[in-house]
Design a binder for this molecule. Structure first.
Ligand code: EPZ
Length: 417
């Protein structure tokens, strides 16, 4: 296994180019199952999770060309409708094949994802929606077995706003017979992106990006070419990297419109963030101000940025309260930050962060994707050397993070554990 070794104390200065969004690419890969000819996706990030879903689709018989950048996929030779436990347990987003398989291929056998480091993360709302659309859904030996000759449009209310739940059922409804209304639908930019791509494929979808999405099913969809949007969570992570090192960084191909809550909070903390030419300039303050943060479904502050802003608040001039409302166990980075001297107290859903003058480098362990990013951020500012182990978590969602940070002046390198 590999680790990251970081010498703290170096200001980040320069330009960095953002990669395509992992959470936009994954549902678009699954959408390749909705047609039987080649689709072309551009700006696909080179990530472990992308390689995982490519491997899953190939196991099912999908032909693929390329692993990142421009990727082509064709489901014409599909011969298996199964997403095995071995794949789903490594990446729960594999459940995104469920909706397209039932809608287009009339059947699916997908492993239940099981638990995850950050929470139970069930898929009950995905299954409730498919049943409402007339699918026969059974749970057997840890697998979901779903089938339908043809799904029927239905009115579905999500008890909780669910990103992949909305995506799965939007894809299922695109080929159903009749009208489907998704209420309390997720509004994330990645959901909007999937909606746009489905409309390009010929789907009849209205209201995507609002909490009521209306889909009128069609008989067939056609293959498309689509460019993946930039990754707003990678963008937020680099903004915090500039903020925590008093840096001066220009983000290239950053869509500030996808990250108003993040930019607002970081400006409240004293950062300057503004469009400049073909990019977005982010400047870290001399004194970081404490801010309270509450994670919420989009357009609220994203849970995927909670660990990162916590790293920044560890060095703020006062007390911050960070409330995690989306997942029930997403504070695992706290005990690792404490090893670096952070003063954080957890009370239920709240992390109370007392900002300090400095953190000290230490050996720490990554536990999940965004926690590992937050430990790298803390290491950039800490006095001395920080070693982040188990960085396979990081490689799931960040493309060449160490190389991009090195180019900005960070002292960071990979090494064998
Ligand atoms: C997506 O996960 C993202 N993953 C996550 O990003 C992100 O943290 C999450 O949305 C929230 O924004 C992808 O898009 C591939 P949810 P998803 O369904 O869809 C509960 C990252 O770091 N829920 O929106 O799995 C669930 O337990 C990853 O890139 C149910 O109870 O999340 C959670 O508490 C981590 N039943 C809440 O809803 C269901 O059927 C939100 O989950 C579905 C969800």
């Amino acid at each position: 296994m590999e680790k990251m070794i970081i010498q703290g104390g170096y200001r980040l200065v320069g330009e960095v180019s953002l990669s395509g969004a992992k959470n936009a690419a994954l549902p678009l890969f699954a959408a390749s199952l909705l047609v039987e000819d080649w689709i072309t996706l551009r700006n696909v990030p080179a990530l472990a999770d992308i390689r995982t879903i490519s491997r899953l689709l190939r196991m099912m018989g999908v032909k693929t060309e390329g692993e990142s950048g421009t990727v082509r996929l064709s489901a014409s030779g599909l011969h298996s409708f199964e997403a095995p436990y071995s794949m789903v347990k490594t990446m729960r987003a594999s459940v995104l094949v469920l909706g397209p398989l039932v809608a287009k291929w009339k059947q699916a056998r997908v492993s239940l994802p099981g638990g995850c480091a950050i929470g139970a993360r069930p898929i009950n709302l995905h299954l409730k929606g498919l049943e409402a659309m007339g699918a026969k859904v059974e749970l057997k030996h840890g697998y979901v077995e779903a089938s339908a000759d043809r799904l029927k449009g239905a009115e579905i209310y999500f008890d909780i706003s669910t990103v992949t739940g909305t995506e799965n059922l939007m894809m299922a409804a695109a080929l159903a017979d009749g009208r489907t209304v998704l209420k309390n639908a997720a509004r994330e930019p990645e959901v909007v992106e999937l909606g746009q791509a489905l409309k390009k494929m010929g789907a009849k979808i209205e209201g995507v990006g609002t909490d009521v999405v209306v889909i009128d099913g069609v008989e067939d969809l056609r293959p498309i070419e689509h460019t993946i949007i930039p990754d707003r969570i990678e963008a937020g992570t680099f903004m915090v990297a500039a903020g925590i090192t008093q840096g001066n960084v220009k983000l290239l191909n950053c869509n500030l419109g996808h990250m108003e809550a993040v930019a607002a909070k970081l400006k409240e903390a004293g950062m300057e963030i503004y469009p400049e030419g073909d990019g977005v300039k982010v400047i870290g303050p001399v004194n970081i101000k404490p801010v309270d943060v509450k994670t919420l479904p989009y357009p609220g502050f994203p849970t995927d940025m909670q660990a990162q802003i916590m790293a920044l608040m560890c060095l703020a001039g006062g007390l911050s309260v960070i409330t995690e409302t989306v997942f029930e166990n997403r504070f695992m980075h706290v005990s690792e930050m404490r090893r670096m001297g952070a003063d954080i107290r957890i009370e239920g859903k709240n992390a109370i962060v007392q900002g300090l003058a400095h953190l000290t480098g230490a050996p720490v362990m990554a536990t999940d994707l965004r926690a590992s990013a937050s430990l790298v951020l803390a290491g950039l500012a800490a006095e001395g050397t920080t070693e982040v182990s188990r960085i396979y978590h990081l490689d799931r969602g960040y493309e060449k993070l160490d190389q991009k940070l090195t180019k900005l002046g960070a002292k960071i390198r990979r090494a064998q554990e």
